[in-house]
Design a protein around this ligand. Structure first.
Ligand code: ASN
Length: 323
């Protein structure tokens, strides 16, 4: 795998293919913003640093900085802050920058960046069903708009993109594990689906598909446990087809103070590291649901790129020094 396009980005950024990719990315961002505004969302400013951030980031490490003598984290995702903001306004979104120090092997997937952006959104009193439906309509609109506005760029990139057919197929985690096992991938039950298995599952499909209801042991403390199915969460991932892998993750939120503290303890998290969050939950937050959609991965999928680092002007990939 050659990283020259990343290391020498300052010398290669004028290649015509980058012009096409970033024109398409602009269309994607424009469509997302106009779609969400038409659905009653307002755009807010995302945090970049804070006393705590999302610990549920699947094996990646957080970055800490010295903030006037206190230890602050660089946002790995703004999930905790989304829960704060819906106390103020019921439908919010942000273009949120995230840093996750992924293991070096992550580079081999072609879809991991150490610095990336999500469109992160949250809706007060929403349920998983509402979020699945919103995400399907959002993605459909984004792709329809790219097909209308960027047909020359898609042609230059050799990407044959077709309008999405919604609703997408849905699997539960259990069904996905069973399917994988029939394909010869044995996932240890209760864990995240490993990258290679996820890619194989993705390659089996021609349209995006959902995986819902992950076991509680696989995910962060902020997802709501399913009352009708103890041990499982009210959460979901969307997977792109054709081997592109994970697109979205989200779910309903645990918002009850005692339950969050208990879940933190079970995940060996010290509640005192989350003091503002805990204080906020004690004060009361509305139940909510939301998700995050990775902007570079969406661009990669729409443009049909082999590597996610060609879907961002200034890529940071695990272990590679670049501008
Ligand atoms: N953005 C995700 C969510 O809303 C959280 C994440 O990125 N880990 O649930």
């Amino acid at each position: 795998m050659s990283f020259n396009s990343v290391i020498f980005r300052h010398l290669t950024i004028n290649e015509p293919r980058f012009k096409c990719i970033f024109k398409i990315q602009d269309s994607i961002l424009f469509s997302i913003r106009s779609f969400l505004r038409s659905e009653g969302f307002i755009e807010i400013l995302a945090p970049i640093i804070g006393p705590c951030t999302d610990p549920g980031i699947r094996g990646a490490k957080l970055v800490s900085i010295d903030y006037y003598g206190s230890k602050f984290k660089v946002m790995s995702s703004m999930i905790l802050y989304k829960q704060m903001m819906i106390k103020c306004y019921p439908k919010i979104f942000a273009l949120s920058p995230n840093v996750r120090i992924e293991p070096l092997e992550a580079v081999s997937t072609g879809r991991h960046l150490a610095e990336f952006r999500q469109i992160d959104l949250e809706v007060a009193y929403a349920k998983c069903e509402d979020m699945l439906n919103l995400a399907e309509r959002l993605l459909k609109k984004v792709i329809d708009d790219v097909l209308t506005n960027c047909s020359d760029e898609l042609k230059f990139l050799g990407r044959e993109l077709t309008p999405l057919k919604i609703p997408f197929k849905r699997y539960t985690y259990d069904e996905a594990i069973e399917l994988l096992s029939s394909m010869g991938y044995h996932v240890s039950y209760g864990c995240e689906i490993p990258w290679d298995a996820e890619e194989a599952l993705s390659s089996l499909h021609k349209e995006p598909f959902w995986i819902t209801s992950y076991p509680i042991s696989a995910r962060g403390f902020y997802y709501l446990e399913d009352e009708s199915r103890p041990g499982f969460l009210r959460d979901f991932d969307l997977i792109y087809p054709d081997g592109y892998g994970e697109a979205i993750s989200g779910g309903e939120r645990e918002y009850r103070y005692e339950f969050v503290v208990e879940r933190m303890r079970r995940n060996c998290e010290d509640p005192s590291n989350y003091s503002w969050y805990i204080e906020m939950l004690k004060d009361g937050v509305p139940p909510s649901a939301g998700f995050g959609i990775g902007v570079e991965r969406l661009t990669r999928y729409i443009c049909g790129l082999r590597y996610v680092w060609d879907a961002v002007p200034f890529p940071k990939i695990p272990g590679v020094i670049s501008p």
